[in-house]
Design a protein. Sequence first.
Length: 103
Amino acid sequence: MRPATRRRVLPHLIRTLSLALAIGTGMRLRSYGVPPLQAASSVLGIWWAGLWLALRLEDALSVVTHRCTAPGCHYVARVHSPDPGTNRRWQEIAAAHPTHSTI
């Protein structure tokens, strides 16, 4: 799958999977006789937590991190889905940034 297609499809897939997990859990809760309002709040909580986690993971997979190579320097540049030219430019910026901070 091409990266552009993946960026369009993956968020919808994540939402659908998270909702399916939440609905499945809600159905199991209802089979145990849990009151509807309590089951609904549990379903919404599970859906939101699953959605949040999945979107954070998707975001982490699309981020490229460049760090300063100087010993003890903590400079970090994070770039979302860069093309090769942008990736190389940020590598050079991270390697030659003017303030080498040591914390």
